[in-house]
Design a protein around this ligand. Structure first.
Ligand SMILES: [Zn+2]
Length: 137
């Protein structure tokens, strides 16, 4: 049986166990930036420790990225298959996928400033909903 996720795991040097396949599929099909607890609640057959350890293995292999600095104090995860940046609502801790960003000028500037070749980037912006009743001067 052809299973593209199985190939993804194998290409990243990971044995394609049933639990890894289930968790990778979950990450590829959800945009909810889950914590290990959130996934474990939805997939109770996989122990919390296994969810956590598998996600950390995926992070190591760059299949998944960590979003931290959320004020719930928890580590959130996101599939690394589609470059985008996040805007975090600091009141609700909602992590919102945002598009329409061209990282090229920033990468160019960073390379010029440091002489390093930028190979990856991560950008998190934080904000609150503007108070629409507030009068701006
Ligand atoms: Zn995201």
């Amino acid at each position: 049986m052809l299973n593209p996720l199985k190939n993804v795991l194998q290409e990243h040097g990971l044995k394609a166990t049933t639990q890894r396949l289930t968790l990778l599929e979950y990450m590829m099909t959800h945009d909810n930036h889950p914590t290990a607890e959130m996934i474990h609640n939805e997939l109770p057959d996989i122990s919390l420790a296994t969810v956590y350890n598998t996600l950390e293995k995926f992070v190591e292999k760059k299949l998944v990225v960590i979003i931290d600095g959320i004020s719930d104090g928890k580590r959130h995860y996101d599939a690394a298959d589609h470059p985008h940046y996040h805007v975090i609502n600091t009141k609700t801790n909602e992590i919102i996928d945002a598009a329409n960003f061209d990282p090229a000028p920033l990468i160019k500037a960073a390379q010029a400033a440091t002489g390093l070749k930028i190979t990856e980037y991560r950008i998190d912006l934080y904000g609150v909903e503007p108070n629409t009743n507030e009068v701006h001067s």
